[in-house]
Design a binder for this molecule. Structure first.
Ligand code: KG4
Ligand code: ZN
Length: 360
């Protein structure tokens, strides 16, 4: 019997990467046929952060080229595609509109299904692009826009157990780097400087560390860094010591909260199996964070899984993969589907802003 083949074209444009990919599923085997990513770093560099209007324009400037490149690299034509999947939220509205309109237009003119994908579902499933994993597992998503622990119970069943009440972790890296007059994005810069610094030089606060839950707060940390910066000369040595101290603080916060998340997961799953934790998002590239988290494997029955960097950061492949999962379940969307800038994966998750939980 010949195995069923499904091919989906995935479009990602929710933040500052435009990406188009073709992913193929044959039986149980997943293959990324192409994954074209165009970063907008140059567009936003001088502003120290992503400028929404410029991001939308930059997506719209290149999306058509990237679609063609993704098909060419996959060595297929539109005819062999079964559906078009676009990130429809959460993210910056202008960017989402570009990807969603491109996806809908293709779907409509090719007479193929359109699938609106939640960006976070893409991250949650991205590990499956490279390896098999059994449900349930834990996701730790740490990017410029998100910081959360979510239990991936099974496909389309997600339970968020922790999130940030203010800044995302990537944002904390970027803001600290800006205070230290480093380039954007700050994460890789801080990591570079930290290698040569004294991590015990500056003592920074560990917000929410004593609260036995999986929530984060990073805004206070930024203010503490600002205070130290104001009292010191911005020498190379200072930058190195500050970066190392900042990174050590982050590692301590993340590994403490990861322990709570693992305990929470094991409590509700009552399974004796090793807990798998997938770490995704741009900050997952940080090597010292990887080491700090992986150390928990010796004290907790857990295993950390890190997708390749190209699938950790925003990419069309994870959107195409989520599209395949939806295609298999006939979960299609109408062409009047509206992008959702705010779209939690767990619809029961409460909106956290400061310590007040909105909606309770
Ligand atoms: O997932 P991503 O590429 O884009 C979104 O935010 O969606 O994540 C970007 C974030 C930035 O804040 C960047 O500073 C951070 O990931 N980042 C890092 C590292 N590489 C990227 N943070 C810490 N260490 C790194 N090596
Ligand atoms: Zn992302």
């Amino acid at each position: 019997m010949t195995k069923k083949i499904i091919r989906v074209l995935g479009i990602e444009s929710s933040c500052d990467e435009t990406s188009v990919s073709v992913v193929e599923k044959t039986g149980e085997k997943i293959k990324v046929l192409s994954n074209i990513v165009k970063s907008q770093l140059d567009v936003h560099k001088d502003y120290g952060g992503v400028v929404p209007e410029l991001a939308a324009r930059a997506h719209s400037d290149v999306i058509h080229k990237l679609i063609k490149m993704a098909l060419d690299q996959a060595d297929i034509t539109f005819r062999s595609i079964h559906a078009i999947a676009s990130t429809a939220g959460p993210g910056l509205l202008g960017g989402l509109l570009v990807g969603v309109v491109a996806g809908k237009t293709l779907a409509s003119s090719l007479n193929k299904p359109f699938i609106a994908v939640n960006h976070l579902e893409g991250h949650a499933l991205s590990i499956k692009l490279e390896q098999k994993i059994e449900f349930p597992y834990l996701l730790l998503l740490v990017s410029g826009g998100h910081t959360e622990f979510t239990i991936i119970k099974k496909f389309n069943r997600y339970k968020r157990i922790g999130t940030t009440i203010d800044d995302a972790l990537g944002e904390a890296f970027d803001k600290t780097a800006r205070l230290l007059k480093m380039e954007y994005p700050g994460g890789p810069e801080i990591e570079k400087y930290a290698k040569y610094g004294d991590e015990n030089k500056y003592k920074l606060p560990l917000p929410l560390i004593n609260e036995k839950n999986c929530h984060f707060s990073f805004a206070g940390l930024k203010s503490a860094v600002a205070d130290v910066v104001a009292k010191n000369k911005s020498t190379e040595k200072f930058k190195k010591d500050m970066s190392a101290s900042f990174q050590k603080t982050i590692n301590k916060i993340l590994s403490t909260k990861a322990q709570y998340a693992i305990e929470h997961f094991q409590r509700i799953n009552k399974s004796k199996k090793t807990t798998k934790i997938v770490v995704a998002g741009g900050v997952a590239a940080n090597k010292s964070l990887r080491v700090a988290l992986t150390e928990l494997e010796s004290t907790h029955q857990c295993k950390f899984l890190f997708p390749s960097i190209k699938y950790c950061t925003d990419n069309g492949a994870m959107i195409a993969l989520a599209g395949i999962e939806r295609f298999e379940r006939n979960m299609f969307n109408k062409l009047d589907f509206k992008p959702k800038p705010r779209w939690p994966l767990d619809k029961d998750a409460l909106f956290m802003k400061g310590k007040r939980i909105v909606g309770e």
